[in-house]
Design a protein around this ligand. Structure first.
Ligand code: OSB
Ligand code: MG
Length: 389
């Protein structure tokens, strides 16, 4: 199959509430929605890059140029027989994992649809796991009282676990208030997004009595050595997010004991082919994984649910219902939480959802389209000479 056409739609969805992490505040969800077309079948995905290079070095702008100048010319050249081949096609382009993943994931959706199969079936997920237990990721709040109120609301809706964003100065106090208010049974974890250093070890050890399920990415975004030291000095399990960008990273981190759990985001690792290998490496080490999130629209959310059917996704992930983020999702119907704290994997071919055309036209602020085979014939632009620079 040759990809004939690729469309990028830049969409903006107001968030119901600002989402604050240790690295910044997001008030509007922005994303590139990628559509690939071939043989009359459409495949969809979204890029999880953000406006500023704070969580990752990738941005909406870098994703756009990586796709246009470096990935589409490569895509034009090959007849894709299996979606696994996309990873190899893109390997000589270093980094740019979110850009690669956005295209690769859309091709997986296309492939599953062309076989009239749900995506989870071609990914190797389990037929028996069509309801996915989920938690909610709660941003830094103005006060411990507000955190408690907000979390109690989510618990009453049925969410299975609470993930609280923390940073120095907004950590022990809100977490202690939360544990006190919800009692010992509720699963609570914290995500620091790299806000601490190994020198903060004693401060982090003071979290132990809170009985957190895990502490996510406490130290530097690209570190495993200090995380290993911290993990060995703490009872609370360490989970890595930012620091795991490949199955090689996962193997090294697990080998030296830098983490006991891995958060998998397909965008962060560069696509499903890599994400599945991270999943398999973790399983071989006996380490559970869970599906992370990047406040995705319904398109990325559907992908996350399909991924979560793989058998080592043993802990509730961050794939919350649409109404936790948006007044209106880009897909219709939106994702809703069942009272037992699960989301259903959408059925039907591929990811099982598509952008609602009216909502897309309302949320879209930019649109690009390429006839891939014609415009990038012969590999497109010469290597090292992007068109606009
Ligand atoms: O660290 O997991 C993270 C959102 C943006 C950037 C980084 C992270 C997050 C989340 C949100 O925690 C999870 C969600 O999609 O609800
Ligand atoms: Mg995280």
């Amino acid at each position: 199959m040759y990809i004939e056409q690729v469309d990028l739609d830049f969409v903006q969805l107001p968030l119901k509430a600002p989402f604050q992490t240790s690295f910044g505040i997001e008030e509007v969800k922005r994303a590139w929605i990628v559509t690939v077309m071939s043989e009359g079948i459409l495949g969809y995905a979204e890029s999880v890059a953000e406006l500023a290079p704070l969580y990752s070095e990738e941005t909406h702008a870098s994703v756009f140029y990586a796709i246009k100048d470096h990935l589409l010319p490569r895509l034009a050249a090959i007849d894709i027989v299996r979606p696994e081949a996309v990873e190899e096609l893109f390997t000589e382009v270093r980094g740019n994992r979110m850009a690669k993943a956005a295209l690769e994931m859309a091709i997986w959706d296309w492939f599953a649809k062309s076989r009239e199969l749900p995506l989870f079936a071609v990914l190797g997920g389990e037929e028996s796991r069509q309801t996915i237990p989920v938690g909610v990721s709660v941003g830094i709040q103005a006060s411990p009282t507000e955190l408690v109120e907000c979390c109690q609301g989510y618990l009453s809706q049925g969410y299975r676990r609470l993930k609280v964003k923390i940073k120095p100065g907004a950590d022990l106090e809100p977490l202690t208030a939360l544990r006190g208010a919800v009692g010992p049974q509720v699963k609570i974890m914290a995500d620091a997004n790299s806000a601490y250093r190994l020198a903060d070890r004693e401060h982090l050890q003071a979290f132990e009595p809170l009985d957190l399920m895990m502490l996510e990415q406490p130290l530097a975004y690209d570190d495993i050595i200090d995380h290993a030291q911290l993990a060995h000095a703490m009872k609370t399990p360490i989970c890595l997010d930012e620091a795991i960008r490949s199955d090689e990273d996962a193997k090294k981190a697990l080998e030296i004991g830098a983490c006991q759990i891995i958060n998998i985001k397909v965008g962060r690792v560069g696509g499903y082919a890599v994400a599945r290998r991270v999943h398999d490496v973790a399983e071989a080490y006996g380490a559970p994984v869970w599906c992370g999130g990047m406040l995705e629209t319904g398109i990325g959310r559907a992908h996350n649910l399909h991924l979560s059917t793989l058998k080592n996704f043993r802990l509730p992930g961050d794939t919350s219902a649409s109404d936790r983020y948006f007044y209106e999702d880009i897909v219709d119907p939106p994702f809703t939480l069942s009272p037992d704290g699960t989301l259903n994997v959408p059925n039907g071919p591929g990811i099982g959802v598509k952008p609602d055309s009216q909502r897309l036209s309302k949320m879209r602020v930019h649109h690009e389209t390429w006839q891939v085979r014609q415009q990038f014939k012969g590999g497109g632009i010469p290597y090292g000479a992007p068109t606009n620079f």
